[in-house]
Design a protein around this ligand. Structure first.
Ligand code: NDP
Ligand code: 8X3
Length: 252
């Protein structure tokens, strides 16, 4: 069985943990992200376990995505699994005060980047057909609104709907599509969202038990290894110690 996985955003958080999880099972790994030195370190770490190809890639750059897909070496060209994980949130402040540039960056990464990669790698997944999977990392923020979620949550709502719509078009090809939607997870996510505010990131996770990168890597690995006749459409995963809140009401 072809067991090759292509992961975006493999330099940190869920993507790096997923790379380690697939490597532990001997999958062939194509790992991408913008930080080359982290990719090189991961290749060094995982090469004893599995074949590893790395490519420095900004998913926002459609031409670069196409070039990376075209340059996949022999042995990495037919994919069983694509993990569309690269993404970020910015600007946790209210919509009315945030910079337009931050909204653009989220849309360019989480929406345009994800479709760039999907479009470029669909032929490699279709070459596998039955048993192949596209696993898109959405978020609870694409389903449930909260203050400061504005464009970030909207990009993840796109991920959910794009995943469902892809399923319709790919029906009959054997290629499955899943939107994994995690809740609060301790990665570099909050550090990026606050542009480097370590104290704010630590405050968010302090005194509770967020999901870990390994928790989500395990879900990704589980979905990728389901029997060929099973498609989980959406998997929403929260920490036990996180839930929804009441409606907010503006009073005089
Ligand atoms: P991290 O910040 O730890 O990891 C994000 C990864 O995305 C990094 O590897 C980063 O690599 C990559 N990335 C960001 N922008 C780009 C880009 N333009 N091109 C290529 N790669 C990029 O956060 P998480 O692991 O938490 O985030 C992974 C995904 O999970 C994201 O889509 C996020 O929205 C989602 N998510 C996170 C949750 C959380 O609470 N942590 C919950 C729900 C969903 P590099 O900087 O090297 O390019
Ligand atoms: C990240 C989860 O709850 O911070 O996508 O929006 S949350």
């Amino acid at each position: 069985m072809n067991k090759t996985v292509f992961i975006t955003g493999a330099t940190s958080g869920f993507g790096r943990a997923a790379a380690r999880r697939f490597a532990a099972d001997g999958w062939t790994l194509a790992l991408t992200g913008r930080r080359t030195e982290r990719l090189e370190a991961l290749r060094e770490e995982l090469s004893p376990l599995a074949p590893v190809h790395i490519a420095t890639l900004d998913v926002r750059d459609a031409a670069a995505v196409k070039a990376v897909a075209a340059a996949l070496p022999e042995g990495f060209r037919t994919l069983r699994t694509l993990v569309n994980n690269a993404g970020l949130a910015l600007a946790p402040q209210p919509a009315q005060v945030v910079a337009l540039e931050d909204w653009h960056t989220m849309i360019d990464t989480n929406v345009t980047g994800l479709v760039n990669v999907t479009h470029a790698l669909l032929p490699a997944l279709l070459a596998t057909g039955r048993g192949a999977s596209i696993i898109n990392i959405g978020s609870i923020s694409g389903q449930w609104p909260y203050p400061g979620n504005h464009v970030y949550g909207a990009t993840k709502a796109f991920v959910k709907q794009f995943s469902f719509n892809l399923r319709c078009d790919l029906l009959g090809t054997g290629v499955r599509v899943t939107d994994i939607a995690p809740g609060m997870s301790e990665t570099e996510f909050m550090l990026v969202r606050t542009k480097g505010d370590r104290a704010a990131s630590d405050r968010l996770y302090h005194g509770t038990e967020p999901l870990t990168p390994e928790d989500i890597a395990e879900q990704i690995f589980y979905v990728a290894n389901l029997p060929d006749n099973v498609n989980i459409n959406r998997l929403e995963v929260m920490p036990t110690r996180q839930a929804w809140s009441a409606y907010a009401i503006d009073r005089d």
